[in-house]
Design a protein around this ligand. Structure first.
Ligand code: IMP
Ligand code: MG
Length: 182
């Protein structure tokens, strides 16, 4: 397991489980977009391990683009006040767009990002997320592709951070309460 062994209370999804599920999602997207060239937009930094694996599982001539958002939240859970800190590099006008998120929690970040992307007039726009924390939703989110339904907890690993750390874990786990408190 590695450097975070002492910090992680339990592993929720191990690396093999994640890889299998991400492969499934990639094949599902490839089936849905056969004959088309969707733009896969993902959100820095949390979705980077996911997009690296997912993109290679989509057997289509996709394009990749990235946005970055910063949320102003006092704690580990963000407040939903969001700002775009990096925009798309290319136009998505009249393109089929698949937005890929690492986790949809309250849904506030996603709602902001979708509002922004819709103003660019894509031909279509759907959302995929690795983790869906449905129990915590504050605003509606229509999710076309979901990796895992996630019980209410704060997860780290496979892109997800606590204070910018643990993103490089190959699995997704939950930190021990004393690690989160210090
Ligand atoms: P939202 O509440 O749906 O707006 O989610 C906002 C952001 O909070 C996500 O994009 C993540 O950056 C972060 N977040 C939500 N849940 C978790 C988690 O379990 N671990 C790490 N980051 C999280
Ligand atoms: Mg974060």
């Amino acid at each position: 397991m590695g450097f975070a062994d002492g910090d992680v209370a339990y592993v929720q999804w191990n690396a093999a489980t994640i890889q299998r599920r991400v492969g499934d999602l990639g094949r599902e997207i490839a089936r849905d977009y056969v004959g088309r060239r969707p733009v896969i937009v993902s959100v820095l930094k949390g979705a980077t391990p996911l997009i690296a694996d997912l993109a290679r599982a989509i057997d289509l001539p996709i394009e990749l683009d990235f946005i970055a958002v910063s949320s102003f939240g006092p704690q580990t859970r963000d407040s939903g006040v969001v700002r775009l800190t990096k925009d798309l590099d290319r136009s998505i006008e009249r393109r089929d767009v698949v937005l890929i998120e690492d986790v949809v929690d309250t849904g506030l970040t996603l709602a902001y990002v979708l509002r922004t992307l819709r103003t660019r007039r894509p031909a279509s726009l759907v959302v995929g997320t690795l983790l869906d924390k449905r129990a915590r939703r504050l605003v509606d989110a229509e999710l076309k592709y979901v990796g895992f339904d996630a019980p209410d907890a704060f997860y780290v690993g496979y892109g997800l951070d606590f204070r910018q750390r643990y993103r490089n874990l190959p699995y997704i786990g939950v930190l021990r309460p004393d690690v989160v408190a210090r």
